[in-house]
Write a protein that binds this ligand. Structure first.
Ligand SMILES: Nc1ncnc2c1ncn2[C@@H]1O[C@H](COP(=O)(O)OP(=O)(O)O)[C@@H](O)[C@H]1O
Ligand SMILES: CC(=O)N[C@@H](CCC(=O)OP(=O)(O)O)C(=O)O
Length: 294
């Protein structure tokens, strides 16, 4: 038996009460591009997801791939800009985004889970009508003049409607869905959607037991840099107002709030680079990151 499998067994040894809680429940896992790291990290993630499936949990994986898109853009010598953490996406950029997300990244994640003994199938939000998207509009207010300006991010979208049918069929057939964050408008236009947003929308629609957001920080940290194990929605809102929850953490906690307000029992932000982060979060008392509850 490999060291990795022994570690999995050690975590499972004390997991009986948790296994009951999650039996036949849906757990949506957002696997961020930064959390993917080296090939071995992806394979280890695959083994954990396969194990979840094998012990009776129904995992649904939504992956990102920002760094992987950046690597391809560098090879193609195409420049990319971000506004409020979102990639400005013209028609040429959209081709690259869809090619990378629905191509190698999606297949790598599905293959890692399949190799570990579960059957995973990669789809994008365009498959089976999963995500109907619309163009995202964002505004900024100029602090000097107080004038509001509408930003044009091109083909950046947001989910307008999630049709969970394809996911339900896959889950019913013991297939682990692996979703690339691309959607399609009513007119057939493809949209690039932030992966956190897609994970939140899917978790909300499926009323998942848990939404796990794997990133490359330990969770939400307080002003002293200490990990906060649990927060209510009100405490998160206060953190944003007071400014110690900022930058890339804001869309993440907002996604968690969106999900728990739609019936997800708990949303967790945790460090995907920690070995077996998913298992530790679900199957141990202390959990692994920051749990956000209603
Ligand atoms: N209170 C906080 N706790 C943890 N991280 C925070 C906090 N406030 C801001 N951040 C920032 O949020 C970042 C995480 O967001 P981001 O880098 O966008 O993640 P990802 O690439 O996984 O989507 C952290 O690296 C950190 O710089
Ligand atoms: C609109 C937008 O910004 N879309 C993202 C989609 C991928 C993503 O969200 O990946 P991570 O989770 O790894 O950051 C992008 O183009 O990078």
């Amino acid at each position: 038996m490999t060291d990795d499998a022994l570690d999995q067994m050690a975590i499972l040894a004390g997991a009986l009460p948790f296994l009951k809680r999650y039996d036949d429940q849906i757990v949506v896992v957002k696997y961020g591009g930064h959390a993917m790291g080296e090939e071995e990290t992806a394979l280890r993630f695959g083994r954990d997801i396969a194990l979840l499936e094998q012990v009776g949990v129904n995992p649904v994986v939504v992956h990102g791939g920002g760094p992987q898109i950046n690597a391809m853009l560098k090879r193609l010598n195409v420049k990319s800009t971000f506004v409020q953490g979102l990639r400005v996406t013209d028609a040429e950029m959209l081709d690259v985004v869809e090619m990378v997300l629905a191509g190698p990244v999606n297949k790598q994640v599905a293959e890692a889970i399949t190799r570990a003994g579960a059957m995973a199938v990669g789809i994008s939000g365009k498959d089976g009508g999963l995500i109907r998207a619309r163009k995202l509009t964002r505004t900024v207010r100029d602090p000097g003049s107080n004038i509001e300006q509408v930003l044009d991010l091109g083909f950046v979208g947001e989910p307008e409607e999630v049709n969970p049918r394809v996911l339900e069929l896959m889950i019913g057939a013991d297939i682990v869905p692996v979703v690339a964050p691309v959607g399609v408008g009513a007119d057939g236009q493809t949209y690039n959607i932030n992966a956190d947003t897609v994970a939140g929308a899917i978790a909300g629609k499926l009323r998942a037991e848990r939404l796990l957001m794997l990133t490359d920080v330990r969770g939400v940290l307080d002003r002293e840099g200490k990990l906060i194990p649990e927060m209510t929605v009100a405490e998160v809102r206060r953190g944003i107002e007071e400014g110690w929850i900022s930058g890339g953490m804001i869309p993440k906690v907002e996604t968690c709030i969106y999900a728990v307000e739609r019936g997800v029992k708990g949303a967790v932000i945790l460090d995907g680079r920690v070995p077996h982060a998913v298992l530790l979060e679900l199957f141990t008392d202390g959990g692994a990151g920051t749990l956000i509850k209603p």
